[in-house]
Write a protein of this length. Structure first.
Length: 232
């Protein structure tokens, strides 16, 4: 939201259309619903939405998947990429993190061909890569995963909640499968806890990927400026 408000072009990509995320709808029906919800959510901040069209529980860091993600990167030409934590509660989230990481590496390589019709040209350079917090800020054993820095999102919480509320079909599925009756309150509680740790009302945590040869200049921190709260 902060980047969009500053005039930057934002693309939000879901790896799947949530085809397994329902006990009432068929895979095709829930996928259609989820795509529409995601598009409405992105539109609230003027972002573009697209789906990579993998399928739930079927995301793997393999060659064909990597080439598909590379093509998306080449088409969208990002300077900065935010993706899932390498360690999270679900296999699709972790595979997404690895896929996006490796696709960022491959996207500037001209001989790494995607095979897509009218394939986009390679990127000029590896994008800046950041990881978001895992769910609850912990690994699979419940140990804390500390962010490099927080971002004060207090001013964005009303819109953030409205964006998440567009994903209404999630509630029935999360109640059925996760035992979570209100995903909006869960998000608000976690963002409030991050805010407490950062000394503000609401905050989100991020880590910059530090592997060679990914760019190490603090691009996201510089773009967000005064909203950034350093971890002490």
């Amino acid at each position: 939201m902060q980047l969009a408000a500053a005039g930057h072009k934002i693309t939000i990509v879901t790896m799947t259309p949530g085809d397994c995320g329902s006990a009432e709808h068929s895979p095709e029906e829930i996928a259609r619903i989820r795509r529409e919800e995601a598009a409405r959510s992105a539109a609230r901040i003027g972002a573009t939405y697209r789906c990579a069209e993998f399928r739930d529980l079927c995301i793997y860091n393999d060659d064909s998947s990597r080439r598909r993600v590379v093509e998306i990167l080449r088409q969208t030409m990002p300077d900065l990429v935010l993706t899932s934590s390498p360690i999270d509660y679900m296999c699709d989230h972790e595979a997404t993190s690895q896929l996006v990481r490796d696709a960022c590496f491959g996207a500037p390589a001209p001989n790494y061909l995607t095979g897509a019709p009218d394939a986009a040209p390679p990127l000029a350079a590896i994008p800046h890569l950041y990881f978001m917090d895992p769910v609850g800020g912990v690994d699979r054993e419940g140990h804390a995963i500390e962010p490099d820095f927080f971002v004060n999102v207090t001013a964005q919480m009303e819109t953030k909640t409205a964006m998440l509320a567009e994903h209404a079909s999630q509630r029935a599925w999360l109640l059925k499968h996760h035992g979570n009756d209100d995903y909006l309150k869960t998000m608000q509680a976690w963002t409030r806890e991050n805010g407490r740790r950062a000394g503000v009302e609401y905050a989100e945590g991020f880590r910059r990927y530090k592997g060679h040869p990914y760019p190490q200049s603090p691009l996201l921190e510089e773009l967000l400026g005064a909203s950034v709260v350093r971890v002490q």
